[in-house]
Design a binder for this molecule. Structure first.
Ligand SMILES: NC(=O)c1ccc[n+]([C@@H]2O[C@H](COP(=O)([O-])OP(=O)(O)OC[C@H]3O[C@@H](n4cnc5c(N)ncnc54)[C@H](O)[C@@H]3O)[C@@H](O)[C@H]2O)c1
Length: 256
C-alpha cells in the first residue's frame, strides 16, 4: 500500500515515536491526524508540518474522543493507516513492596486502560471506518500498526502492569489480523527496545550513558526515526500481516 495519498492517525503523535512517525508519513505524502492529549506539543507539530496535518485532542481510552479523531482523519482522505504510539512514563514497582504491601489494583487497571484498552479502542473504531472505505486495486483497505514493547516478552522487575498490557497488545495482533482479513485490513505490531524519547524525562546524553551500553549493536538507544522507517516499510509491504517485529539492536532485557 502507498503512503502517498492516504489519510492516517497517529495516537501519541505528539510524543517521541509518534512525532517521528507523523513526520515520516507526511514526508511520504500522507495526511495525518495527531491524536494526543498533549495540546501544546501536538499543535506545535501540526503548525510546523502544514495543512496536511491536524492536531485533534484525543484520549485513546475514551470512545467519543477517538471517534472524533477518526472523523477528522476521514475529512483529510480515506483512512488507511493507523499507528498507535501513545503512552509515556510508567511507575515501576514490584508486586509486593518492601513491606510486602500488594501493588495498588487501581494503578494496574489504569496502565492496562491506557496501553491495552486504548489500543483496542483505536483499532476497533479505525477498522470500522476503514471497512467503509473503497478497497484499493490490491483488495487492501488499510493497516493498523500497534506499538508493544520488548517488555511484552522480557518484563523486568517492577513492570507487571506495563508488561501485562504490552503482552495484551501482542496477543491482540494475530486475532485482529484474522478478524479483519476479509475486509483487507492488516494488523501489525512493533515491539521496540529502548528508544530515546521524552518518556525518559532526562537528557539524551544521560539516557545514552545509562542504557545505550547495554544494547549489543548498534551500541546506543534507538532513534525514533528508525521506528518511523519501520512503520513506513510495514505500510508499503502488503504481505506483512499478523506478526510482531522487534526493533531492538538485539537487546534482550534482563531481570533489571
Ligand atoms: N521509548 C521507548 O523506548 C519505547 C520502548 C518500547 C515501547 N514504547 C512504546 O511506544 C509508545 C510511545 O512511547 P514514547 O517513548 O514515544 O512516549 P512519549 O512519552 O514520548 O509519547 C507518548 C505520547 O502519548 C500521549 N498520550 C499519553 N496518554 C494518552 C492518551 N490517553 N491518549 C492519547 N495520547 C496519550 C502523550 O501525551 C505523549 O505525547 C508507548 O506505547 C511506549 O510504551 C516506547
Amino acid at each position: 500500500m502507498d503512503v502517498d495519498g492516504a489519510s492516517a492517525i497517529v495516537t501519541g503523535g505528539a510524543g517521541g515515536l509518534g512525532a517521528a512517525t507523523v513526520r515520516q508519513l507526511v514526508s511520504g505524502g500522507a495526511s495525518v491526524v495527531i491524536a494526543d492529549l498533549a495540546d501544546e506539543a501536538g499543535q506545535r507539530l501540526a503548525g510546523e508540518l502544514g495543512t496536511s496535518v491536524r492536531f485533534v485532542h484525543t484520549d485513546v481510552t475514551d470512545e467519543v474522543s477517538v471517534q472524533g479523531a477518526v472523523d477528522a482523519a476521514s475529512e483529510l482522505g480515506p483512512l488507511r493507516i493507523v499507528v498507535t504510539a501513545h503512552g509515556g512514563p510508567v511507575a515501576q514497582s514490584r508486586i509486593l513492596d518492601r513491606s510486602n504491601r500488594p501493588y495498588p489494583l487501581e494503578t494496574f487497571r489504569r496502565t492496562l486502560d491506557i496501553y491495552l484498552v486504548g489500543t483496542f479502542n483505536t483499532l476497533r473504531l479505525s477498522a470500522a471506518r476503514m471497512a467503509s472505505c473503497p478497497a484499493l486495486d490490491s483488495g487492501q483497505r488499510g493497516v493498523v500498526i500497534n506499538t508493544a514493547s520488548i517488555a511484552a516478552f522480557e518484563g523486568q522487575v517492577g513492570q507487571s502492569d506495563y508488561s501485562a498490557a504490552k503482552g495484551g497488545v501482542v496477543g491482540l495482533g494475530l486475532v485482529a489480523a484474522r478478524d479483519l482479513a476479509p475486509l483487507g485490513i492488516r494488523v501489525m505490531t512493533i515491539a521496540p527496545g529502548t528508544f530515546f524519547t521524552p518518556a525518559f524525562q532526562m537528557s539524551e546524553e544521560d539516557a545514552q550513558a545509562k542504557w545505550g551500553g547495554a544494547i549489543p549493536n548498534p551500541q546506543r538507544m534507538g532513534r525514533p526515526a528508525e521506528y518511523a522507517r519501520l512503520v513506513q516499510a510495514i505500510v508499503e509491504n502488503d504481505y506483512l500481516n499478523g506478526e510482531v517485529i522487534r526493533i531492538d539492536g538485539a537487546h534482550r532485557f534482563g531481570p533489571r
